[in-house]
Design a protein around this ligand. Structure first.
Ligand SMILES: *[C@@H]1O[C@H](CO)[C@@H](O)[C@H](O)[C@H]1NC(C)=O
Ligand SMILES: *[C@@H]1O[C@H](CO)[C@@H](O)[C@H](O)[C@H]1NC(C)=O
Ligand SMILES: *[C@@H]1O[C@H](CO)[C@@H](O)[C@H](O)[C@H]1NC(C)=O
Ligand SMILES: *[C@@H]1O[C@H](CO)[C@@H](O)[C@H](O)[C@H]1NC(C)=O
Length: 458
């Protein structure tokens, strides 16, 4: 019986030309699944997976025995992490009892993807991606092309050359088209770059924290391997700022020897993120300062002359009170809130007066200038000005007003009375002193010797 079966399999193998094979493409390390021929039912059929020399790889019977980790319950052959030795022919034979129902030949072909130079890369380096496949004798070569991370076709005939930019970071796909069937082989390309800077400024105030973000998504070892020379944070004050001299200031520089750390230059009270080794280059401070407005530049310099940099713009929200923060009720008060320049149209300001204040500010589209014709003591306390973009509060600034009540009539009466009494007392005292002086002039002092021989005044 067995001899007859083997002969049948051999005949089947011989009659099957290469064209009748099912071709599968894979890269070394991929997981490959070969499905049994259509019509196979693992619940009623015997399934044999064989090598081309008719030896069994694995088999299953309808009673569910011999299902190993290489076989799925539907009878598919699974090759986890495919190795060089698996790029060959497999045969699947399905039987019902002794009768061969189906027989199919499979061929796994290797896809070879190479990156030159290997990842990671610096922007402006030239990268060549090559994708080739093993081909079967006598068969039409498959069509091969590359897709970049944006899924756009690049290069031709399985070869693509690009001058690297941050856009090239990500997964590239080699598409192998064979008999109208596509196989996708992927490879990831890492481009060393700083994360994109925020598109809008960072807003802060004296009562809000300040964060200046900057980060990298590759390891420091990879960056060192690409020849990093220095890393810096610079501050360029807002033009026209009277508080800081013009030109750029270096805030921090990166110490690259032994231990990776920031060295402070003129740090302006800013601190660095504790997870620098994880690629977080951000700066921060618990509270903003008036002179924080300006551009902050995070940069990395490489030995080949390349500079990676990102600029973060910082703006400070401030409230200015005229005539001041200590007022007497009844005075006129002007409060001005702003960023030091006209507000862009997408930003809005909102005032929050102290709870007890009677100043009614219901609209959320109030102008930057707030005028209170006559302040009252109920207006004293914390006034807040908030900066909003649609439904997001960007930052807020506070100002604390001290408003003394105006003197009341009763207080004036009391103060006048006390003053009158004090003047009266002074007058009485002066009179008494004058009288005593008169008495002393009428009875001049004289010396006498008493019986003990001491001199005494009289
Ligand atoms: C992959 O392709 C490259 C270039 O085409 C070649 O140098 C290399 O030997 C190939 N590797 C394998 C395992 O086929
Ligand atoms: C960097 O660190 C700061 C403060 O520790 C944190 O707020 C920020 O989210 C971190 N950024 C990244 C990209 O991890
Ligand atoms: C930032 O990098 C660009 C090139 O990407 C360069 O032209 C510019 O001078 C750099 N700026 C600073 C402040 O280093
Ligand atoms: C408040 O502003 C108005 C004009 O906006 C001005 O006339 C007035 O003098 C200002 N008052 C104070 C106290 O600054």
């Amino acid at each position: 019986m067995n001899v007859i079966q083997s002969i049948l399999v051999l005949i089947a193998l011989l009659t099957l030309t290469a064209g009748a094979e099912e071709v599968k493409f894979a890269q070394v390390g991929d997981r490959v699944i070969l499905e049994p021929p259509v019509g196979t039912d693992s619940k009623v059929h015997y399934i044999y997976w064989k090598n081309s020399d008719d030896t069994d790889v694995v088999w299953s019977n309808p009673f569910g025995s011999r299902i190993t980790k290489d076989l799925l319950s539907d009878g598919s052959l699974v090759i986890d992490k495919i190795k060089d030795e698996h790029f060959r022919t497999f045969i699947c034979v399905t039987k019902s009892g002794d009768k061969i129902l189906f027989m199919r030949t499979y061929r796994i072909l290797k896809v070879n993807v190479t990156l030159n130079p290997p990842s990671p890369l610096l922007p402006e380096e030239t990268l060549t991606l090559i994708c080739n496949v093993e081909s079967l004798r006598g068969q039409k070569k498959p069509e091969i092309h590359w897709l970049n991370p944006q899924s756009r076709q690049v290069g031709s005939k399985g070869s693509a050359t690009v001058k690297v930019t941050g856009q090239h970071n990500g997964q590239w796909t080699c598409v192998v088209t064979n008999n109208k069937k596509e196989h996708h082989a992927t490879v990831s390309v890492t481009v060393v770059d700083l994360s994109p800077a925020p598109t809008s400024p960072q807003y802060t105030s004296k009562s809000c924290p300040l964060t200046i973000p900057c980060s990298i998504h590759v390891s420091w070892d990879q960056i060192k391997a690409k020849g990093i020379q220095e890393g810096n944070w610079h501050f360029i004050p807002k033009p026209g700022s009277s508080l800081t001299p013009h030109g750029s200031q270096r805030l921090f520089s990166l110490s690259l020897e032994d231990k990776l750390a920031w060295k402070a230059d003129q740090n302006r009270g800013l601190t660095t993120a504790s997870d620098l080794t994880k690629g977080n280059l951000s700066l921060m401070r618990k509270q903003g300062r008036e002179d924080d407005s300006g551009d902050y530049v995070c940069s990395l310099n490489f030995k080949n002359g390349l500079t990676l940099n990102r600029t973060v713009q910082v703006k400070v929200l401030q409230i200015i009170s005229s005539p001041g923060t200590e007022l007497i009720s009844g005075q006129q008060l002007n409060l001005t809130c702003g960023l030091g320049h006209p507000l862009p149209s997408d930003l809005k300001l909102r005032w929050v007066p102290p709870e007890q204040s009677s100043s009614s500010l219901t609209s959320d589209r109030l102008p930057a200038h707030l005028t209170i014709p006559e302040v009252g003591s109920e207006d004293s306390g914390k006034w807040r000005c908030e900066l909003w973009r649609s439904d997001t509060r960007l930052t807020s600034a506070d100002i604390t007003l001290k408003i003394e009540p105006r003197l009341s009539v009763w207080m004036i009466v009391i103060i006048c009375s006390i003053t009158a009494i004090v003047i009266l007392l002074i007058l009485i005292f002066v009179c008494i002193a004058y009288r005593r002086r008169q008495v002393q002039l009428n009875h001049p002092y004289s010396f006498v010797l008493d019986h003990t021989g001491f001199v005494a005044w009289q």
